[in-house]
Design a protein around this ligand. Structure first.
Ligand code: GLA
Length: 694
């Protein structure tokens, strides 16, 4: 594909030839063409949250026999009933696709990321692919909401078992699960919640992994502990039920304060860097609230996690979850995740890199194929995001600052969007009915999408060239590349770096495509391709001109991560954050987007919300807030031996499939169990110790 697109890029550039009249004619905006129809989607069975789970005491509790024999009978652990909260979270059997499960077996994941360490709330990545999702539990939960009827849509209780609003709607009191414990037996309580909030979210020197900032919960919002199991939020807005979504993965998942707090600069002599890095991957058995605890790590090879003996969720028969004893994370590549899942040497993949679709489909079609492959809606989308800060975010030099000024100019953004041939870009990834033209903004796959409110500027190289001419960007030195006007960045060639993630072929392929298409309009786009963690650091700190990115849940679920749809605070948005003086230099249309998002967050009225999102889409796409590239469906690949995988589970909607399928409820029927456990009959040991106890 690279060679192919380069060839297009080599075509002669039309500098200065087009009149303004033709320009107006050629960029006539329209609505996007309807996406190609794509079947093969299974629908979920829609239910209420109370059909899935409740909190209640059961008469008796059970655990794997070997836990009783090796740990309880020897006095190493208290009996299971004493390890569980008085009222554990109970999953109802009627809602389990295959019924109550049995213990045993492993889910063998493969990932392309690498763990930086275990300090998730301090900002360290565990390597993605659902490791952090399996280790963390959050106040609320949203992944499984794809099965909840629209009228009843609200986040599921999780660490917060229940909540109530004050009469005036400004206070939200939440009741935490009582008597639940971290995987080392330490009680979970409001101290953990307050440490997360005060010393991580509110502390501007800490950036929790998934980008929680104070604004994620509203300007002026406060949180206090009433007692060990009660917390109270106070909001400036009235009844902003929307923030319940922010209390789910990944923005309100507290860490073990008894382990983390002593390393935090407020309570130690550590620097912030030392705090962030205090728990490297080699530090094993970090206490978690999630179902599995890391017990083994081998660099570039594997992370092994074992069942959490204090996990606080059970099935209706009183069986402590999870059913699966072990989780593997092979440290390989994301493309290998697809290959291994299809071949049966791995168990799970979110098929999301369109380049592998044809081969994966072909191999899974066989009756003897080890894995099932199920496509969902078009929820994977890519955009070219331009750095919109004109006041110093990321400390741009003269050239980069000149690019920022262009990025902030609507005619420039329009010229770039029409220079992109989206049809060709999509087909360069995969042929067939998968990819669809994506002008930017909300995805066609969300209920909030309205085609009539979507402004699409069709592809036209001629018009793009004319618009760039109109901006005074002409090729003054005859080298085929436009120059900045004299007096701007020394009149040098217009060079723009494109940040992309090398962990995914799709990211770099799309970025290569954009780079080649820019050549056709006389702009020298330069690859700045970085491995995932380095890319994320550069993006977070504003060190980019343009970035090609796979976007977050806000563009597909809208209600999850909503505040990410606009720069509502100084550091919550992906491509526009505050400059060196702490202020945001919003353009007028950005301010309108901020107002819309704030209005959306503070109303529960569905009709009003739908209308607000139409306005959002209109303003976003009219102003080319980001340059949409392509959107397409993903497929869940899962080994056929697993039971309790819900029908129609999307790989990405409110969250990734690793959360959506409720892994703690997934099991392997006895007859199908494999011999995959690397640490059979062991449990996590003491924090920091290298290896599971047996
Ligand atoms: C990565 C993968 C996704 C998903 C997430 C989970 O981003 O690309 O498919 O597994 O991790 O966080």
């Amino acid at each position: 594909m690279r060679a192919h697109l380069k060839a297009i890029g080599g075509a002669a550039i039309l500098l200065g030839a087009t009149s303004l009249a033709t320009q107006a004619q050629m960029v006539e905006p329209t609505t996007p063409p309807p996406p190609p129809t794509f079947e093969a989607q299974q629908s979920p069975i829609f239910v209420s949250i109370s059909d899935i789970q409740e909190y209640r005491a059961l008469d008796e509790y059970h655990e794997p026999d070997w836990v009783t024999a090796n740990f309880v009978d020897t006095g190493a652990l208290p009996p299971v009933a004493e390890r569980l909260p008085a009222e554990p979270l109970v999953y109802k059997i009627a809602n389990m696709p295959d019924g109550a499960g049995v213990y045993g077996d492993v889910m063998r994941h493969v990932i392309g990321g690498r763990p930086e360490g275990w300090n998730y709330i301090g900002g360290q990545s565990q390597g993605w692919g659902g490791i952090d999702i399996g280790m963390s539990e959050c106040l609320t939960r949203t992944g499984p909401l794809f099965t909840i009827t629209a009228e009843e849509l609200e986040p599921m209780p999780n660490l917060a078992m229940s909540w109530e609003w004050s009469e005036d709607g400004h206070e939200l009191t939440m009741h935490l699960i009582e008597g639940a414990k971290w995987s080392d037996g330490d009680p979970f309580d409001s101290e953990d919640v307050m440490f997360y909030w005060e010393d991580n979210v509110l502390d501007p020197n800490v950036s929790p992994l998934n980008g929680a900032t104070p604004e994620s919960f509203g300007n002026g919002t406060t949180l206090e502990a009433i007692d060990a199991y009660t917390i109270k939020w106070t909001f400036e807005e009235e009844r902003p039920t929307q923030y319940l979504y922010q209390m789910a993965y990944g923005t309100f998942c507290p860490g073990p304060s008894h382990i983390l707090k002593p390393e935090h600069p407020n309570y130690s002599d550590n620097t912030y860097d030392e705090y962030k890095n205090a728990f490297p991957p080699e530090y094993l058995n970090i206490p978690v609230m999630g179902a599995w605890v890391p017990v083994e790590y081998r660099a570039d090879d594997i992370i092994v996690l074992r069942r959490n003996p204090f996990y606080w969720k059970v099935d209706e028969n009183g069986n402590q979850l999870p059913y699966l004893n072990e989780m593997h994370y092979r440290l390989s590549t994301w493309a290998d995740r697809d290959v291994q899942a299809v071949a049966g040497s791995g168990d799970f993949s979110n098929l999301e890199q369109a380049e592998s679709y044809v081969e994966a489909l072909r191999r899974s079609a066989d009756d003897d194929a080890p894995a099932r492959l199920q496509f969902g809606a078009r929820t994977i989308g890519y955009a070219l995001q331009m750095n919109m800060s004109g006041n110093g975010w990321g400390e741009p030099d003269a050239r980069a600052q000149a690019v920022r000024e262009l990025n902030r100019d609507l005619d420039f953004r329009k010229a770039i969007t029409i220079a992109i041939d989206r049809q060709r870009l999509g087909e360069s990834l995969v042929r067939g009915p998968f990819t669809a033209i994506y002008p930017g903004g909300l995805y066609a796959g969300t209920g909030f999408y309205d085609a009539d409110s979507t402004v699409y500027y069709p592809h036209s190289l001629g018009a793009a060239n004319a618009m760039l001419d109109g901006l005074g960007l002409t090729d003054t030195d005859g080298n085929g590349v436009r120059n900045f006007p004299e007096g701007t960045a020394g009149g040098q060639d217009v060079e723009i770096t494109v940040l992309a993630n090398t962990d995914y072929a799709t990211d770099t392929n799309l970025a290569e495509g954009v780079i080649a298409m820019m050549e056709s309009v006389g702009i020298r786009a330069i690859a700045n391709f970085q491995q995932g963690t380095a890319r994320d650091d550069m993006a977070q700190s504003g060190q980019f001109d343009w970035a090609v990115v796979r976007q977050g849940a806000e563009y597909v679920s809208v209600v999850q991560g909503t505040v990410g749809l606009a720069p509502v605070g100084p550091r919550n948005h992906q491509f526009h954050r505050a400059g060196s003086d702490g202020t945001l230099d919003l353009l007028p249309f950005e301010q309108e987007l901020v107002d819309i998002v704030n209005a959306f967050v503070s109303t529960g009225d569905n009709a009003e919300r739908a209308d607000l999102m139409k306005q959002y889409q209109q303003i976003f796409t009219e102003n080319v807030y980001s340059v949409g590239l392509t959107q397409y469906p993903g497929a869940l690949i899962i080994n056929k031996r697993f039971a309790n995988i819900p029908a129609g589970a999307p790989i990405f909607m409110f969250n990734w499939a690793e959360d959506n399928i409720i892994r703690e409820r997934v099991y392997v029927p006895e007859a199908d169990q494999g011999d995959y456990e690397l640490h059979p009959e062991t449990l996590p040991g003491a924090p920091g110790s290298d290896g599971p106890a047996s």
